[in-house]
Write a protein that binds this ligand. Structure first.
Ligand SMILES: [Zn+2]
Length: 450
């Protein structure tokens, strides 16, 4: 008689980047100890029947903003990670633009304390790479930041001019940290915005006109050139613009360690939606004209874009819903919609589940040094497991979100497919669609930690 393990998931179809196999999973002490035919699984203290369901690795979302410390009225770590768990996300990488920002060791410690107390899922923390804190980067690296984030002058917190950017990349290369960059040209945006405002424009499309494609093309080109010169690993966040893809492709071909992400809203929505629905769709970089989405899908399929992220960036309704587009805060939540939206594309036949798992699980885990602990279902990996219900048909309604922000650009959209169970290191955090985890279960993850 085999010794009973903690948990068995039996009867499911296990998805990997290479394909789908009928198999069960056995879990002991938070780690997968067997991927085997169902008859070969050991006895377990808890057995989950996944008969007929697809089983994927927990999603690793490399780009979320949980607003705490400092802006808890928008989101906090308990609400944000609950939203993550309900969205099938078992590891989040969280951005440093909180208050205090995660730009010093002290700032990192404040955020670590909040996250350790409140998180339902595992998390990595970005450190800020800004004009004023290059001297703090070694401390941040030593204390376990997952990577660095910088804004190219387009955010009041943590902005970076070209000189600081190159120097920051050089330091990051020495420290072995990947730098995630918000790549838009800030001075073009400033001048265009001023001109449009002066002309009396306040309509939603003025936002797009203030950030033309050249802003992204120029900035992505500079990031890749600087990374090549510095020998650093970089990551282009929230790619919205198909015109940047040749730059990323040629950088990769030359051996530059550049990865890129895009988000469901850039793949599914267009400027026409912005025109019709207004400020809820305001986000930086902007949702662009029809045609860009097709290019981004092609970029995912051919590997130019490596991964998916949500850029979960919640705001209150009062901050968001302004008549004047310039007064609407940029960003919106995405953790509770990303997986259903993408599963709907699987249902439509645009992508396959193995492709989805490559982009949403494996690629981010690899890029941030978490693979093979995260991002795959194999013996020795953390038991971060999501069981899908691919037949569930529903309509997206923000009022049902666990996130503090009930606003979504996908409001009213018909979806098919959802995460049903979310398991984090062997513990059931979402059971049959309902949150049952307790804050504090989530743990901080660090690069290559094993
Ligand atoms: Zn962001």
């Amino acid at each position: 008689m085999k010794r009973a393990v903690d948990l068995v998931v039996r009867g499911g179809k296990v998805v990997s980047p290479h394909g789908i196999v009928a198999a069960g999973l056995a879990v002991q002490d938070g780690v997968i100890v067997a991927v085997a035919e169902n008859e070969a699984l050991p006895d377990a203290r808890e057995t989950i029947d996944a008969a007929g369901r697809y089983v994927i690795p927990g999603v690793v979302d490399p780009h979320v903003h949980f607003r705490s410390p400092g802006f808890e009225y928008k989101e906090d770590w308990a609400s944000g990670t609950a939203a993550a768990a309900l969205g099938g996300v078992t590891t989040v990488l969280e951005m440093p633009n909180s208050d205090p920002p995660t730009s010093t060791l002290e700032g990192l410690r404040v955020k670590q304390a909040v996250a350790a107390r409140d998180a339902h899922v595992d998390y990595g923390l970005y450190g800020m790479l800004g004009q004023g804190n290059l001297g703090d980067l070694p401390d941040l690296a030593r204390h376990g930041v997952i990577g660095l984030k910088c804004f190219m002058g387009n955010n009041p917190i943590g902005h970076c001019d070209d000189g600081a950017l190159l120097e920051g990349f050089e330091i990051a290369a020495e420290l072995g940290l990947r730098v995630a960059v918000h790549a838009e040209n800030a001075t073009i945006i400033e001048r265009r915005s001023a001109r449009l405002r002066d002309a009396g424009r306040r309509d939603p499309l003025a936002h797009l006109e203030s950030r033309p494609s050249v802003c992204a093309v120029d900035a992505v080109g500079r990031v890749i050139a600087f990374a090549e010169a510095a020998g650093s690993r970089v990551h282009i966040t929230h790619e919205s613009c198909q015109d940047t893809l040749p730059l990323i492709r040629s950088g990769k071909a030359r051996g530059v360690e550049v990865t890129a992400e895009t988000c469901p809203h850039y793949l599914i929505l267009t400027a026409e939606d912005m025109k019709a629905r207004g400020p809820i769709l305001r986000v930086n970089p902007p949702i662009r004209e029809a045609g860009h989405a097709d290019g981004l899908w092609a970029g995912l399929v051919d590997g130019t874009i490596d991964m998916l992220a949500t850029d979960h960036a919640p705001h209150t309704a009062a901050e968001k819903m302004a008549d004047n587009i310039w007064e609407s805060w940029s960003g919106f939540g995405g953790l509770e919609t990303a997986l259903p939206v993408m599963l709907t594309e699987v249902h439509r036949g645009r992508i396959t589940l193995p492709q989805y798992v490559t982009w949403a699980c494996l690629a981010p885990a690899r890029a941030w040094g978490l693979y093979p602990r995260k991002g795959v279902l194999q013996v020795g990996a953390d038991a971060d497991i999501v069981i899908l219900d691919l037949d569930h048909e529903d309509t997206i309604r923000g009022e049902r979100f666990r996130s503090k922000s009930k606003l979504t650009p996908f409001e009213g959209m018909s979806i098919r497919g959802r995460p049903l169970w979310t398991i984090v290191r062997g513990r059931v955090v979402v059971r049959d669609g309902a949150l049952e985890g307790r804050p504090g279960w989530g743990r901080m993850v660090t690069r290559d930690a094993r």
